[in-house]
Ligand binder design. Sequence first.
Ligand code: 5GP
Length: 115
Amino acid sequence: MSTIFSKIIRGEVPADIVYQDDRVTCFRDINPAAPVHLLIVPNKEIATVNDLGEQDERLAGHMLLVAKELAEREGIAQSGYRLIINCNRDGGQEVHHLHVHLLGGHRMGPMVLRR
Ligand code: 5GP
């Protein structure tokens, strides 16, 4: 099974790709929740954070460093931004291909809804 993100990574589905290297692909979210909303996705299909292994330690760190670099490029590093990784049902994960959301460009508000 290939995820929609794998199809984007392989160029089979169009997306606004802002960065790509041999380990990650980054593109604009199709339904942005903030003025800047990018997704940092490993080229390797890893379903969730739960599926990260020891062998992925450098990849996981790379995702964070790329997110930092993209925040700089998008001009939101100083104003600030939020990085989110959703996991499974309670985390609200819709696409089961690991990704970091990079959100910014305005005040992000409370971290989570309190109820
Ligand atoms: P999740 O809820 O899994 O953490 O986030 C999935 C994100 O992927 C959502 O914000 C959704 O808008 C985005 N998304 C889903 N399908 C596509 C697509 O085909 N293209 C792009 N660019 N984003 C997508």
